[in-house]
Design a protein around this ligand. Structure first.
Ligand SMILES: CC(C)(COP(=O)(O)OP(=O)(O)OC[C@H]1O[C@@H](n2cnc3c(N)ncnc32)[C@H](O)[C@@H]1OP(=O)(O)O)[C@@H](O)C(=O)NCCC(=O)NCCS
Length: 168
């Protein structure tokens, strides 16, 4: 398996695998919308590739954190692995590669809405622990934060997702 940044040639495969993994088109459209905004970070759109082609995809993009100071933090969404390749470590490898790249880019923290069991293994903790307010009405354990090396405790507040996320 090889993990690398996305190139435009991957876009059709990325859209298809998002549609297959989520069994709907919302996430494929979300990816395409985010690419058109200034929240997009090319280094943080990654694919997992096998000889047969792209089997996994992950996208991290900027979200506003509004508090005493206004900052940009990183949201992980969406992530998808082709159904027949799930449960073989591709998703975990994509998360780890993304966390490493985000940290090396000097980003502050990663936000995710998702399974506590899956994301806790990478060090994501409920956002309330960090004083970060979820904009979604979900149980606290589903909205998580992973602080990176440049994180500081004073980074608190409410997250405002870009309009691209409406309708997902
Ligand atoms: C979530 C997803 C990307 C994980 O990728 P993956 O390659 O299957 O993950 P890995 O093989 O690295 O890890 C599998 C582990 O995660 C767990 N897991 C996978 N998807 C999960 C989910 N949606 N909820 C809870 N746990 C999940 C598996 O049970 C497994 O646990 P184990 O290691 O204890 O056996 C993939 O299952 C997928 O595409 N799902 C459909 C789309 C989706 O829900 N995306 C995430 C929301 S953005």
């Amino acid at each position: 398996m090889n993990i690398r940044s996305r190139t435009p040639k991957d876009d059709q495969a990325i859209a298809e695998l998002n549609r297959l993994a989520f069994k709907r088109g919302n996430e494929a459209s979300l990816v395409e919308s985010i690419r058109q905004t200034n929240c997009y970070i090319p280094e943080l759109e990654l694919v997992a590739e096998m000889d047969c082609g792209v089997v996994g995809h992950i996208l991290f993009s900027y979200i506003d954190l509004v508090g005493q100071e206004n900052l940009q933090v990183i949201g992980l969404a969406p992530m998808a692995v082709m159904p027949e390749f799930q449960g073989q470590g591709f998703g975990s490898a994509l998360v780890r590669a993304g966390l490493e790249t985000a940290s090396s880019l000097g980003e502050l923290m990663i936000i995710v809405l998702g399974s506590p069991q899956f994301y806790s293994r990478f060090g994501f903790e409920p956002s309330v622990i960090y004083g970060i307010e979820s904009p979604f009405e979900v149980p606290e354990e589903f909205f998580r934060v992973k602080p990176l090396k440049n994180y500081q405790e004073r980074y608190r507040g409410k997250l405002i997702y870009p309009p691209a996320f409406k309708g997902v």
